[in-house]
Design a protein around this ligand. Structure first.
Ligand code: DGP
Ligand code: NA
Ligand code: NA
Length: 210
């Protein structure tokens, strides 16, 4: 019998949603759940504020620096590109990645400022395609009520409403939606079930796509 184990690869799982939709908490819970079942898994997030590019992004988000909208867009994209080869290596070695925000944030947030959507998509072409995109769906008003926003640049209700409209335009039938207003435990359970299905099909040899 052929040993399929050597072909097993990790799944690229992306969580998207507005600020305060619960992505970060749910990433943590999903990480524990998958690790508890014995799956090799890591939790990542974009922007990754630890790199040199990430430090520029962080400074911009906290209003310590000003940048042209196109410039910051390209920095967010560069921040994903600088992690691409490591991402591919992890997936090939069998580690699944739970990624808190990815290219869809890149396009939704910049297009919400009025940048041309096709221009926004262009620098994302060639990054690895997720195996699963889960959107934590929350009305912008509800998100704003959740313990308030932290005061970063984009954490304003009118802007988040515009981001939500752009996410809706970007979403397609492959996205899985979860009602992020449900209790955390219910969101956790739904997310775990969706992700286990995806991890299993990746282990069966579904190729990594671009
Ligand atoms: P977070 O660390 O997930 O709270 O993200 C920081 C903020 O940056 C949040 O308001 C979402 C926004 N953001 C994340 N990724 C991108 C991106 O690629 N482009 C733009 N313009 N904004 C982004
Ligand atoms: Na935020
Ligand atoms: Na992030």
């Amino acid at each position: 019998e052929i040993n399929h184990q050597s072909e097993a690869r990790g799944a690229l799982i992306v969580l998207e949603g507005l600020d305060r939709s619960g992505k970060t908490s749910q990433s943590g819970r999903l990480l524990s759940n998958l690790a508890g079942l014995g799956y090799p898994v890591e939790s990542w997030r974009f922007p990754d504020r630890d790199t040199a590019v990430g430090k520029m992004i962080s400074s911009y988000l906290s209003n310590k620096s000003q940048l042209d909208d196109h410039t910051i867009h390209l920095l967010f994209s560069a921040n994903r590109w600088e992690k691409r080869s490591l991402m591919e290596a992890k997936l090939k070695s069998g580690t699944s990645l739970i990624v808190d925000r990815y290219s869809y944030s890149g396009v939704a947030f910049s297009a919400a400022k009025g940048l041309d959507i096709e221009w926004c998509k262009a620098p994302e072409v060639g990054l690895l395609a997720p195996d699963l995109v889960v959107y934590l769906d929350i009305p912008p008003e509800k998100a704003a009520e959740r313990g308030g926003y932290g005061g970063e640049r984009y954490e304003q209700l009118e802007f988040q409403k515009n981001v939500a409209r752009h996410y809706k335009m970007l979403s397609d039938a492959s996205w899985k939606m979860i009602d992020a207003c449900l209790p955390m435990e219910d969101v956790e359970k739904q997310l775990k079930e969706m992700v286990l299905d995806c991890v299993t099909s990746c282990q069966k040899g579904k190729p990594i796509s671009q």
